[in-house]
Design a protein around this ligand. Structure first.
Ligand code: MG
Length: 261
């Protein structure tokens, strides 16, 4: 009891003094795929990212013409385009580690047994009606599977971003990817954060503080080189999306305690 009071008291002092900056969180880009038996956007990559202690795992979602949600990046495999191929054909295609292309339901069902945050990228569709439908269905599925609190939404699609900001449950993280909006515009549109290529933040480093002042989060993609990862750590980027999550976890451990605000 005494110890608890002491810890709470110490935390309050530190927070009150405003000197505690949260450590950057590790997001595995398309899961942890650069490891034996894994592949981008595979269920294995999601499980691997969870197993090494990543905060989150990013993945890409498309909608097939018959309304199935699938997890894939390119939207094109073995001559089949996701927006023009029936789901039974598209999801029968195998990816590099031998898994078939997962449906979103299969992917989220697997996630239920894990702890990792689910950074869901809604791909910009040629067919805007399908994209709108996809977002409605994703939100519905997350609710049905009890995963609403673990979902983070990101997108390059402006209409998709506005829809997500409007329809995702209150408190859900909704971040815009393209990098062409100033922080004030993201706030105005109801988003909770920027998720920009790290070069955007290097060009406009003041946007990081501006985001934080507005209560927005900062996510940077896709950061792989040690010097760039270190830049993000040193500049208070909240989420770092990387193809090398093990390296970033190691660097964060080494940095712990060294950082002075
Ligand atoms: Mg993506």
């Amino acid at each position: 009891m005494k110890l608890t009071k002491f810890i709470l008291g110490a935390a309050a002092i530190v927070l009150g003094a405003g000197v505690m900056q949260a450590e950057s969180k590790v997001v595995a880009h398309r899961g942890y795929w650069d490891t034996p038996g894994s592949a981008q956007n595979s269920i294995r990559a999601l499980v691997k990212a969870d197993s090494i202690g990543c905060w989150g795992s990013e993945f890409d979602v498309w909608c097939t013409p018959d309304g199935e949600l699938v997890v894939d990046h390119d939207g094109y495999l073995n001559g089949y385009g996701v927006e023009s191929t029936p789901s039974r054909i598209f999801t029968a295609q195998t990816i590099k580690n031998g898994e078939h292309i997962p449906t979103l339901r299969e992917y989220l069902e697997a996630a239920k047994d894990l702890k990792i945050m689910l950074v869901c990228e809604v791909k910009p569709h040629t067919n805007l009606q399908n994209e709108k439908y996809a977002i409605t269905q994703i939100l519905k599925m997350a609710k049905e599977l009890g995963l609403e609190d673990r979902m983070v939404y990101i997108t390059f699609s402006k209409p998709g971003f506005i829809q997500l900001a409007k329809e995702a449950p209150k408190g859900t993280s909704v971040q815009y990817l393209t990098g062409d909006y100033i922080p004030e515009q993201i706030e105005f549109m109801g988003g909770t954060g920027t998720d920009y290529h790290y070069s955007v933040f290097k060009k406009y480093p003041e946007w990081i503080k501006k985001c934080h002042d507005l209560g927005l989060t900062v996510n940077a993609w896709t950061v792989n080189k040690p010097a760039d990862l270190q830049w993000c750590i040193d500049n208070d980027v909240d989420f770092i999306t990387t193809n090398d999550p093990e390296l970033l976890i190691k660097m964060l451990k080494e940095n712990k305690g060294k950082k002075k605000k």
